[in-house]
Design a binder for this molecule. Structure first.
Ligand SMILES: [Ca+2]
Ligand SMILES: [Ca+2]
Ligand SMILES: [Ca+2]
Length: 161
C-alpha cells in the first residue's frame, strides 16, 4: 500500500534526522534548523538541515550513504547523546531504512534520494500545510515517530488522519 510505504519512509527519515539532533538539548533541533530565527522552519531550512545530515553520514564523501555509513553515524550520534547504541532495538536496520528511500534500488542512498525523502517528511510534518514547520509540528512529528519506533516499527498501524 502506498501510504504505508510513505509512512515507513517518514519514520526512517525522522529517525535519521531526529537521532542526531533531537536530544541535543531541548528545542535544539528546532533552533538548529531555524537558521534565520523566525520561529518556524521553511522547506529550504529543512532541506539544508537534511543535506547537512546526509554529509555527516557520508563519511568517505563519495556522495552516497551506505548502510555501514549510516550505522556508524548512528553510533557516533548515540555516543554524543550519551547513549549506547542498541542495534536491533525497536528500530529498523540501516539497510531497511535505505531501502525505503533508495528509489533507484542500488542499495545506497544518493543525496538526491535523501533530499526527496526529506521533502516528503517535511510535507508530512507540516500538518497545517502553511509551508512551515512550527516547533509543535516538529515535536508532534517526532512524538509520532518515537511512539511508532518503540512499538511496531515495520507493522502497518492504523493511522488515519
Ligand atoms: Ca559514502
Ligand atoms: Ca540509490
Ligand atoms: Ca505548518
Amino acid at each position: 500500500m502506498k501510504t504505508g510505504r510513505l509512512q515507513m519512509a517518514f519514520i526512517a527519515l525522522s529517525a535519521l534526522c531526529g537521532l542526531g539532533i533531537a536530544k541535543a538539548g531541548g528545542g535544539g533541533e528546532f533552533h538548529m534548523m531555524d537558521t534565520n530565527g523566525d520561529g518556524k522552519i521553511s522547506a529550504e531550512e529543512h532541506a539544508a538541515g537534511a543535506k547537512k545530515m546526509f554529509q555527516t553520514m557520508d563519511a568517505d564523501k563519495d556522495g552516497q550513504v551506505t548502510a555501514a555509513e549510516m550505522d556508524a553515524a548512528h553510533e557516533r550520534m548515540a555516543k554524543m547523546m550519551g547513549k549506547t547504541a542498541k542495534p536491533g532495538h525497536a528500530e529498523m536496520s540501516s539497510a531497511d531504512k535505505i531501502k525505503l528511500m533508495d528509489t533507484n534500488h542500488d542499495g545506497v542512498l544518493s543525496a538526491d534520494e535523501h533530499a526527496a525523502g526529506a521533502k516528503m517528511m517535511f510535507d508530512k510534518m507540516d500538518t497545517d500545510k502553511d509551508g512551515y514547520l512550527s516547533q509543535s509540528e516538529l515535536e508532534a512529528g517526532h512524538a509520532r515517530v518515537m511512539s511508532k519506533m518503540s512499538g511496531k516499527a515495520s507493522d502497518k498501524t492504523s493511522d488515519k488522519e
